[in-house]
Write a protein that binds this ligand. Structure first.
Ligand SMILES: [Zn+2]
Length: 238
């Protein structure tokens, strides 16, 4: 394998390593904490739901009692036979009970609305929890996979670097410290009449003497006069 071919292989492995490292960094470490937080909120909502439900049942029971009492008073009123004082007391009592019933009915309505709101919240939390739990499971698997891939690619990189002559290896590693991604770049040829040649990484146009030197001396490494990256002519196989 020629030096350029080996450099391209080294670069390919390096790029894969960088991609895996970036993916690994993107997997959030705080998902577990988010899950705990959601579970806490769900428990709290369930507790409130339970309390409200109890209080609703109490109100409904009270309503039943009041309605029965009202019926009884109304039938007493309809039977007649009460003296005016008793009649007045009975009518006042009926009015008071009707008012009370309206109040309880309003309470029951509000409580039912609140319960349906809390129920929707609970369902929302449960869905979010199941989604997040699934995601955490998937991420844990991917994390392990990425760690295994990284250790494999890092040893492959070490081996490939050993195949390079020392000057090429040094140049590659120095450039890698400067540029995050590509450091070995093909020459880009634009064929419009007289062909023009560019460094495909930084887009600077190469002079005729640089192009000639690239064409003439295929053994040496050539670097871009502007960005310093290693440049090469693509062959049919690359
Ligand atoms: Zn360049």
């Amino acid at each position: 394998m020629g030096v350029i071919e080996t450099l391209k292989k080294v670069q390919e492995i390096s790029l894969l390593i960088e991609a895996y490292e970036e993916e690994l960094e993107r997997i959030p470490a705080d998902a577990e904490r988010m899950l705990d937080d959601l579970r806490e909120k769900l428990e709290e909502a369930k507790k409130i739901y339970h309390e409200k439900e109890l209080s609703l049942k109490k109100s409904e029971g009270e309503l039943e009692i009041e309605k029965d009492a009202l019926k009884e008073k109304e039938s007493k009123l309809n039977k007649g036979g009460t003296n005016p004082k008793e009649l007045k007391a009975l009518q006042d009592d009926i009015e008071a009970r009707k008012k009370h019933i309206r109040l309880i009915e309003e309470e029951v309505k509000v409580a039912k609305d609140e319960l349906s709101t809390i129920k929707a919240k609970i369902e929302e939390y449960e869905q979010a929890i199941s989604k997040l739990a699934e995601r955490i499971g998937g991420e844990a698997n991917r994390k392990e996979e990425l760690k295994a891939l990284l250790s494999k690619k890092r040893s492959e990189l070490e081996e490939a670097l050993k195949e390079l002559p020392e000057d090429a290896r040094k140049l590659f590693l120095t450039l890698k410290k400067i540029y995050k991604h590509e450091v070995v770049a093909p020459v880009e040829i634009v064929e419009e009449g007289k062909p023009k040649y560019y460094c495909s990484a930084c887009s600077i146009q190469l002079s005729k003497s640089e192009v000639d030197s690239l064409k003439r001396d295929k053994k040496s490494l050539h670097t871009c006069p502007y960005c310093g990256r290693i440049i090469y002519f693509k062959t049919k196989s690359s």
